[in-house]
Ligand binder design. Structure first.
Ligand code: DQA
Length: 386
């Protein structure tokens, strides 16, 4: 697979340009990293940077024989209909990337005239956003998916992948993490989705409202429930087995998966696999996970609204009533493993059937990365739930 990474105006200055916003990686370093990330994803990566609109358009036209584009159009994002039309005209899957959180800066940066013609937009993840864009394009090529709208809001969408085996297929609902914030999105679980589909799971990798774009306690959980319930609408056409639905959540997505199982939904849930989850919201708040993430999600501290925190915390709503698989890496520096250890213990005490694994020497991301050995352990355990 061949990809071209295009950077627009002023991105030649990253490294020294407003490092508090764009970081300290130089363009040269970024382009080298993109080649490495491409290599890891089986892609041959070319890079291009220009400060001139016409040159960017010419490079897009010349990309026709490539398989995908990653583009950070810089300030052209906000007004260049010519670049938008060029992306549209070449018809290649294109990912829009921004290093900074364009939704949380000057209002004019919130407008993108190119988003509409791109397969997804990644923003606010620093230069790591380019790695995620490359992975997303590789995953799209690795296994076809259908993006389905399940509700009225722009974030009410999910990607459905169907295995090649004969159905009816067990269903893995994938709920991504990222501390419920809108800088994180379902592309984070693309590699896991592809691998699970390969192993015979139908995967429904869902998006939902997040903090920064209409989400937060209740709104986010409501979307997750809606997305799970929507399986009923397309189960028959895709030969899905609605008696074998497993929710798989990572990080804050683990919290949402547990909450969804507590809340019940239109369809029965057979098990929850919570990977490095937040099972105890209060403990996560006290540990200040994600730099104030719990408070931003809840919009209240536990002191301000204890009832709200009780309702939103899986550990306060035990037993959950479905088999639970909890896996946490001991070296997780985002969400302490202690959060899961105490959650799993308490859930078992309250009568839940719990399998708990605390993995030595493993961090947060390894649990969802099929290139890492920890994933083998995770996926073996998930396969037992089908
Ligand atoms: C940018 C955001 C744009 O608003 C800005 O004009 C840039 C860089 C980013 O990567 O965050 O030049 O695209």
């Amino acid at each position: 697979m061949r990809l071209i990474i295009i950077n627009g105006p002023n991105l030649n200055l990253i490294g020294t340009r407003s490092p508090e916003i764009y970081g300290t990686t130089t363009l040269e370093e970024l382009e080298a990293a993109c080649r490495d990330w491409g290599y890891e994803s089986g892609c041959e990566v070319e890079t291009f940077q220009s400060n001139h609109e016409g040159d960017i358009i010419d490079r897009l036209h010349a990309a026709r024989d490539q398989d995908g584009v990653v583009i950070n159009p810089g300030a052209f994002t906000h007004y260049s209909y010519a670049i938008r039309d060029a992306i549209d005209a070449i018809g290649l899957p294109t990912v829009e990337v921004h290093i900074s959180n364009v939704r949380d800066r000057e209002p004019w940066r919130r407008t993108s005239v190119v988003s509409e013609v791109c397969v997804t937009t990644i923003f606010g993840r620093g230069v790591g956003g380019y790695r995620d864009a490359i992975r997303h394009l590789a995953a799209r090529a690795a296994w076809p998916m259908e993006t389905i709208t399940y509700g009225p809001h722009t974030d009410n969408v999910g990607d459905l992948r169907i295995p090649r085996s004969e159905g009816p297929h067990p269903v893995a609902v994938l709920i991504h993490g990222g501390f419920w914030r809108n800088t994180a999105a379902r592309d984070l679980l693309d590699p896991a989705a592809v691998d699970l589909t390969r192993r015979g799971w139908a995967t429904w990798n869902i998006e939902f409202a997040r903090v920064g774009s209409g989400g937060g306690f209740r709104a986010t959980s409501a979307d997750v429930s809606l997305a799970i319930g929507a399986l009923v609408d397309f189960a028959e056409g895709h030969h899905l087995d609605l008696d074998r639905i497993v929710l798989i959540g990572h990080g804050s997505g683990g919290h949402l998966a547990l909450q969804a199982a507590i809340g019940r939904s239109e369809v029965p849930i057979s098990a929850v696999a919570a990977l490095a989850p937040i099972g105890d919201l209060k403990a996560a708040h006290e540990a200040d996970v994600g730099g104030g993430a719990v408070e931003a999600f809840m919009r209240r501290t536990p002191e301000q609204s204890p009832e709200r925190h009780v309702a939103a915390s899986p550990i306060m709503n035990l037993p959950i009533g479905v088999p639970l698989l909890i896996v946490h890496g001991e070296e997780d520096d985002r969400i302490p493993a202690e959060n899961s250890r105490s959650f799993a213990g308490r859930a078992a005490d309250e009568g839940d059937s719990v399998v708990y694994h605390q993995l030595e020497g493993i961090g947060h991301e390894a649990l969802i990365d099929p290139t890492m050995p920890a994933w083998e352990k995770v996926v073996d355990e998930i396969d037992r739930l089908r």
